[in-house]
Design a protein around this ligand. Structure first.
Ligand code: 6GU
Length: 243
């Protein structure tokens, strides 16, 4: 798949493309990412990309013309990609959205500036996304977050293809606790079931600890979850304080 990003701050995407798991996968072309400077589509001599709002008031608004040109040019290179505007007014980006985008041909992220974009720009995008209820100075960090969440689901990006499957959220539950060596550290020990070698018991313990953790930290997630009989009995016990 391919990612295109339209931004006034292309350098913000250098770490994504150069560092860590995502950077390595980008270098190996497991997916493609191209970052475009919106200013390249602005008019000389001043290459202005924003302007004061009609009706007055503070802040600057992203002008439509450079965005129109950028989208037209990039769409020719990526005709099957969806166009996503990052804006605090968008719907909240969730794991299920990351999964859905990871199965598409590509995404073109248009990073909005926080004061806003000319309303006519909205008619050229397929979706609008926010990453949460707080205000950022621009959509760049939101695009970085979304590219990371989507790209790590592309086959071949994570070392082990299965490692995305146990993720917190992918099953609708938080992940169970993890331990590695040593078996005892500063008086804290690894649960004995994990060193028992009994894989059935280990799977059961992990499932129950996922349920425990989700009930404690994210009861909203648990409420939306379909549970089997064993899960339901365990959650009942947790609620009664018996587990
Ligand atoms: Cl996508 N943009 C801005 N400016 N702030 C945000 C956001 C996006 N998502 C959460 N906060």
């Amino acid at each position: 798949m391919r990612f295109d990003v339209i931004t006034l701050f292309p350098a913000m995407f250098d770490p994504l493309m150069q560092v860590g798991v995502i950077g390595r996968a980008a270098a190996k072309r497991v997916f493609d990412i191209e970052v475009h400077n919106l200013r390249d589509w602005a008019d000389p001599p001043h290459y202005v990309v924003d302007d004061a709002p009609y009706g007055g008031g503070g802040g600057m608004v992203m002008k439509p013309e450079p965005v129109r040109r950028a989208l037209s040019a990039i769409r020719r290179q990526a005709p099957d990609s969806l166009v996503v505007l990052t804006t605090p007014q968008g719907k909240t980006f969730r794991q299920q959205d990351a999964v859905a985008f990871s199965h598409t041909a590509g995404v073109i992220f248009l990073c909005g500036r926080y004061e806003g974009v000319d309303e006519r720009i909205r008619s050229w995008v397929d979706e609008e996304y926010s990453i949460g209820d707080y205000v950022l100075t621009g959509g760049e960090y939101a695009a970085l977050v979304m590219v990371d969440a989507i790209a790590r689901l592309v086959p071949g990006v994570l070392g082990n293809d299965a490692s995305a499957e146990d993720d917190s959220f992918s099953e609708g539950l938080l992940e169970y606790p993890h331990y590695t060596r040593p078996v005892e550290f500063e008086g804290m020990t690894v649960p004995s079931v994990l060193i028992s070698g009994n894989h059935g018991e280990i799977a059961r313990w992990r499932r129950q600890e996922s349920l425990r953790r989700t009930l404690l930290r994210r009861p909203d997630l648990l409420a939306r979850q379909e549970l089997d009989d064993a899960d339901r009995r365990f959650v009942e016990d947790l609620r009664k304080g018996n587990a």
